[in-house]
Ligand binder design. Structure first.
Ligand code: EPU
Length: 338
């Protein structure tokens, strides 16, 4: 096994933070993964997927295990559905495009989300009215210390908004090695109602959209609002949209009648954190190499050489301002690595 010491993680995290790993290994099959998990010389292990949902505040002392498992396999097929088992190291967007190009429906609204397939269930990624859980069938995972292999069903994963069992009871316990999706070959119901999808279709005069049309609309919307991590380091939404009691929402709404919102239940409302951050005056602001994106205030960006601590200081400043102005605590969506 090839272990690299003092390895740069800059190209392994979409924020483009120049942190180092004391030791780094890339695993391309399950046996290698198990061997790496059992390396006694490194008691602490850090599992790295696409590096798209984390902020590295400092160098990583643990052994970084980069999951580079590849492959897409058909495990079952009927007239209407197909079940694909996708290895954890596959790039998420490439998998979406594989489905779109084969005419398999289900994940097209999630085109262009950065990251890998194996880490997508951890935070139940989602966009434009569809979440990973909607077409998730099961996932396979290896326990980090016992090396036991376990299959998790949809129910086992306890998916919620940007949430799963892997962020709670089973946090840091398993490495997801593959995810099986149940996709539609026929009778696929398209989701065009969220955000600007319908507007883009209207502009292009598409009355009967295909799966590909939806993916292309999502790609156009995301590219216009969200920075490409290859050009400007970022981690997508830095904060989660806060869910607040209706009473609090109504008090704020009296002062800001134009505030966008999504009802969650009888008693709770979700408010876009991007709107709160914009109101707090941060949209497009830059502090050294750390900044808030000009088109979407929910996204923090690295203009080049920002350190993890600089990005984190900005996040704390935003959190404090939003709290002062609205009385709402916004919480990071990305994992903060100390
Ligand atoms: N808004 C502002 N100012 C901003 C940003 C947004 O006023 O700077 C307002 C918009 O005008 C809109 C509302 O906030 O009325 C919602 O904005 P948007 O549709 O862009 O979605 P979001 O709630 O900000 C969420 C996800 C995104 C996902 C989009 C589309 C979270 C934390 N983020 O953003 O996910 O792409 O919906 O479904 O739920 C990600 O997780 O990395 C991510 C990009």
């Amino acid at each position: 096994m090839q272990i690299t010491h003092n390895a740069s993680l800059k190209s392994y995290n979409t924020f483009g933070i120049s942190a180092k790993a004391r030791a780094f290994i890339s695993v391309t099959d399950i046996e290698m993964l198990k061997e790496a998990l059992h390396l006694e010389a490194y008691p602490e292990k850090f599992i790295l997927g696409g590096g798209s949902n984390m902020l590295l505040k400092s160098d990583v002392q643990a052994l970084v295990i980069h999951v580079a498992l590849k492959g897409i396999k058909t495990v079952k097929e009927t007239a209407d559905n197909i079940w694909l088992e996708v290895a954890g190291g596959e790039n998420w967007h490439e998998f979406v495009m594989y489905c779109v190009n084969h005419g398999y429906g289900g994940v097209e609204n999630m085109a262009l989300i950065p990251g890998n397939v194996g880490t997508a269930p951890v935070q139940n990624i989602g966009a434009y009215g569809v979440e990973l859980k909607d077409h998730f069938y099961s996932c396979s995972a290896i326990h980090r210390t016992t090396l036991e292999q376990r299959t998790f069903s949809l129910k086992d994963c306890c998916f919620g908004y940007r949430d799963s069992v892997f962020k709670n009871e089973l946090k840091d316990q398993y490495v997801i090695t593959s995810v099986t999706f149940q996709l539609d070959k026929n009778k696929h119901e398209l989701h065009t109602g969220y955000g600007a999808i319908q507007q883009v279709l209207n502009e292009k005069k598409i009355n009967y959209p295909s799966i590909k049309d939806i993916a292309q609309a999502v790609i156009a919307i995301r590219s216009s609002k969200l920075p490409d991590p290859k050009k400007l380091g970022n981690s997508g939404s830095f904060f989660k949209n806060p869910v607040v009691p209706k009473t609090i929402f109504e008090t704020i709404q009296q002062k800001y009648p134009e505030m966008p919102f999504y009802p969650v239940s009888e008693a709770e409302v979700k408010i876009p954190a991007g709107w709160l951050i914009e109101q707090a005056g941060f949209k497009g602001k830059r502090f050294g190499d750390a900044g808030v994106h000009k088109n979407q205030a929910l996204v923090l960006v690295n203009y080049g050489d920002a350190t993890g601590n600089e990005i984190w200081d900005l996040a704390l400043r935003i959190q404090k301002e939003v709290h002062q102005q609205f009385g709402i605590e916004i919480q990071p969506e990305v994992n903060i690595i100390e």
